[in-house]
Ligand binder design. Structure first.
Ligand SMILES: NC(=O)c1ccc[n+]([C@@H]2O[C@H](COP(=O)([O-])OP(=O)(O)OC[C@H]3O[C@@H](n4cnc5c(N)ncnc54)[C@H](OP(=O)(O)O)[C@@H]3O)[C@@H](O)[C@H]2O)c1
Length: 275
């Protein structure tokens, strides 16, 4: 299974397996810092999720596919910790979300579990949950009992909820400011010794990180338009100023073009510091 590298030149066929694993994202952080990266799959008309049959937002089956999932897993394999949202945990507790957090549990990804151990990483990445409400159901937390779970929140998060989560064995970390922002997330994660963090949440957590808390964006574009008015895109809300990104790599998934009409492209971007 190969993809065609379009950028940087020269064009070249490259195996899909190992494409992102070769990036060594777990070794990119400067001393005492954390390297934070995000990943999305979107349709050509910018949908990352649509309203599903349960009336919940979810990644539509017409968007998700196994080749992109391989890359999702390779990115997860390189992380010390995965950043997600309390909203995702609430969906998980209702049984309406895909279990995204384990790395390499299926046979196809067993190589990634072995790779982590070889690289001196833990069996599974830890989990950080971003939340203002601290409404994180116990039922969903049981799915990540094998890992350290952090909750990242703002300075004035309700103390009763902090106590409840702490009693359940979670570490609740507050930012100094009322609202958690990108630099605070960096400080909190680096303070805990994490060197690589993989953001798998949606548009709101992405917007939070884009304010000084993101180093790299991976974006799969499925060459398909989905339509639908009730959708999420990769970023929603206001940015203080535009965020510039520099293309690092672009691959055409030719195999997908043959097997599934249209195909997809895999892009990665470095987030440029604010000018
Ligand atoms: N196609 C893709 O690649 C892709 C990738 C990721 C997600 N998705 C889809 O996108 C949809 C939305 O995902 P999501 O709900 O995880 O995304 P989200 O919109 O990023 O998460 C929102 C929640 O995160 C917490 N949050 C966000 N910013 C925060 C901040 N600055 N401080 C503290 N808490 C903060 C809040 O939790 P509280 O409400 O508890 O305060 C908020 O409700 C889902 O349908 C998901 O399936 C698609």
């Amino acid at each position: 299974m190969t993809v065609l590298r379009l950028y940087p030149a020269p064009q070249q066929k490259i195996p899909l397996k190992g494409l992102y694993l070769s990036l060594s994202l777990h070794r990119q952080a400067e001393s005492g810092e954390v390297f934070i990266y995000a990943n999305f799959i979107a349709s050509l008309d910018g949908r990352i999720s649509l309203l599903d049959a349960h009336g919940e937002q979810g990644v539509p089956a017409s968007l998700a596919n196994k080749r992109d999932w391989r890359l999702y897993q390779e990115l997860a394999a390189q992380s010390d910790i995965m950043l997600t949202s309390a909203r995702y945990f609430r969906q998980l507790a209702r049984g309406n979300a895909q279990d995204l957090l384990p790395v390499g549990r299926e046979a196809d990804y067993a190589d990634l579990a072995a790779w982590r151990l070889n690289e001196g990483l833990t069996v599974q990445p830890d989990v950080a949950i971003l939340s203002r409400s601290l409404d994180i159901p116990q039922a969903a937390l049981e799915k990540v009992q094998d890992r350290r779970v952090l909750v990242l929140t703002g300075a004035d998060a309700p103390q009763s909820q902090v106590d409840r989560l702490t009693q359940q064995g979670l570490a609740v970390l507050r930012s100094e400011a009322q609202e958690l922002d990108g630099p605070a997330i960096r400080r909190l994660l680096a303070g805990e010794g994490y060197r690589s963090a993989y953001m798998i949440a949606g548009p709101e957590v992405h917007r939070t990180l884009l304010d000084g808390g993101l180093d790299m964006l991976f974006l799969t574009q499925r060459h398909r338009l989905l339509g639908g008015d009730d959708f999420r895109s990769i970023m929603q809300g206001n940015l203080a100023r535009p965020v510039d990104m520099q293309l690092r790599s672009l691959y055409l998934d030719e195999q997908a073009c043959l097997d599934e009409r249209g195909g997809q492209s895999f892009a990665s971007y470095a987030v440029l510091p604010q000018g």
